[in-house]
Design a protein around this ligand. Structure first.
Ligand SMILES: Cc1cc2nc3c(=O)[nH]c(=O)nc-3n(C[C@H](O)[C@H](O)[C@H](O)COP(=O)(O)O)c2cc1C
Ligand code: SF4
Length: 475
């Protein structure tokens, strides 16, 4: 996990919890239009992958327990974890790539409906990602994976002594790799192979613009058939659609290089999904800022958001960073993880921070995007996220018109009932997230995500409130 060099430990904001009557008149607990329907309030649980599906992405009892538990806290909106629309394997990540997935997913919809008393609008995040491999030893990379070409041979020739092969020389003098290998080969060797949207020599990657709109549209239809209220197109962080939007996308086939080109595929995906599920909620998650060198900045994000809104999105959910480009070098045997570098920190900031601190550090950019949309006459709701964990902090954001929904991932993981507790004036019983990212470290290892505040308690799926000894069900 990256930590800003200043290493200033910040205190949690507040706490400022409302009384029951304050909650009743708050914006946080007031309804709002969402697509063709409405949400009962502004509380939002954003997508969080808990790594609880089967190895082939099917729903398990563990997945059902997980979502049921969050639904008991009755957030106004909950988004089910990033769920794969394609066939590329990625461990126990949910899948929505075949009609056979509908049955399992429909069980999530029904447990959530029942546990929330129908109060929670349930969405599912649709994701496509490209293959990524674990880092191998330099020896294995050089002897097994590197495709030796005439250009390599030419570059190594001046260093060769008789009787030694080029690869033997590279193993003996690894510093020569910097002279002989290309930038991309060096990255593959040092970080593990990762396919990129710019690898257009590969027909699979070249044809993504042809395949993805239909793939997402089919997945969206399945979500609606399974009983979800809608879908969220994942165009944030490190995955395929975000990589098309990225400032790093230099494709020259009309799908990169400049922002109109970068927008083209994610927009086509959104339009296809919109068409596929006319009545259901269709949202998109995107980055307010990429926070990497050559990454998109606020101006690009405003441009993208405006086009998504005009294409019929029902909401725009905003996040920050979370990119592979500045991720830490993984250990041999591990794959790179996009939340380990400075941009990853911006996505899930911890209490060990710089002067700005972790709580709402990227909200200004998110507010600017909403302002831009309103200035264009677009009334689409926006969802802000990143370190939101206190009533006053969230209420101010909403009443100032900086966001329409407030998304809390880690605070809701720490206490799934916290929205209900606020609503009932029981704020002082809330178990607070300490933002030290134990959960994120589990996510990084693709291990079952839990919260350190409750995972060692007897019943870890249904956490027990340490203060009261009560099971953390809705009060
Ligand atoms: C364990 C874990 C898994 C996550 N998985 C996803 C995901 O599937 N899709 C997504 O868009 N964001 C994902 N996120 C990011 C969160 O949705 C959220 O944007 C981020 O944690 C910042 O919000 P917070 O400060 O309230 O935690 C994940 C976060 C955590 C902690
Ligand atoms: S593990 Fe830590 S950072 Fe994650 S939700 Fe729990 S308290 Fe918060």
């Amino acid at each position: 996990m990256y930590r800003p060099p200043q290493r200033i430990r910040h205190n949690l904001p507040g706490p400022t919890w409302p009384t029951k009557s304050q909650a009743e008149v708050s914006t946080l607990f007031s309804p709002i239009k969402l697509g063709k329907t409405s949400a009962s309030g502004r509380s939002w649980v954003p997508a969080m992958v808990p790594w609880r599906a089967t190895a082939s992405g099917e729903v398990t009892q563990d997945v059902l327990d997980w979502y049921q538990r969050f639904a008991k806290g009755k957030p106004a909106v909950m988004v089910v974890e990033a769920t794969g629309v394609g066939d590329i394997p990625s461990g126990p990540l949910l899948r929505i790539n075949r009609d056979e997935c509908i049955e399992g997913l429909s069980q999530i919809a029904s447990v959530v409906r029942e546990a929330s008393g129908g109060e929670t609008k349930l969405l599912i995040q649709l994701i496509d990602f490209l293959p990524i491999k674990r880092r191998v030893t330099a020896e294995k990379f050089l002897t097994r994976y590197l495709k030796w070409t005439h250009s390599h041979q030419q570059r190594i020739e001046p260093y060769l002594v008789s009787g030694e092969t080029a690869k033997e020389l590279l193993l003996r003098m690894p510093e020569l790799c910097d002279v002989v290998l290309t930038k991309r080969e060096l990255e593959d060797m040092r970080y593990g192979y990762r396919q990129r949207v710019t690898d257009v020599d590969d027909s699979y990657v070249r044809e993504l613009p042809v395949r993805l709109p239909e793939l997402f549209a089919q997945a969206a239809k399945r979500a609606v058939a399974a009983g979800f209220d809608g879908v969220e197109v994942h165009a944030a962080h490190a995955y395929t659609l975000a990589s098309f939007l990225s400032g790093e996308n230099s494709r020259t086939d009309g799908y990169g290089s400049h922002r109109n080109g970068r927008l083209k595929l994610p927009l086509a995906v959104l339009e296809a999904v919109r068409k596929a599920c006319d009545k259901a909620i269709v949202g998109i998650r995107m980055l307010a800022e990429e926070k990497i060198r050559n990454g998109i900045a606020l101006d690009d994000a405003k441009f993208y958001a405006e086009h998504f809104a005009k294409a019929g999105a029902d909401y725009i959910s905003l996040s920050t960073g979370g990119k592979f480009e500045d991720a830490k070098q993984p250990k041999v045997g591990r794959a790179a993880y996009p939340y380990t570098g400075p941009s990853g920190y911006e996505c899930m900031p911890s209490v060990f921070s710089d002067e700005k601190g972790p709580f709402g550090r990227n909200l200004v950019a998110m507010a600017e995007i909403r302002k831009h949309l309103r200035a264009r006459g677009l009334s689409i709701p926006t969802v802000a996220s990143g370190g939101l964990c206190d009533f006053q902090q969230m209420e101010q954001l909403l009443t100032a018109g900086h966001a329409d929904f407030v998304a809390s991932a880690r605070q809701t993981l720490a206490d799934p009932d916290w929205f209900q507790k606020m609503k009932r004036g029981l704020g002082d019983t809330i178990r607070r997230c300490d933002f030290t990212n134990y959960c994120e470290a589990l996510d990084q290892k693709h291990e079952k995500v839990t919260c350190k505040k409750w995972d060692r308690l007897a019943d870890s799926v249904v956490p027990v409130d340490k203060l009261t000894g009560r099971k953390l069900t809705a009060p």
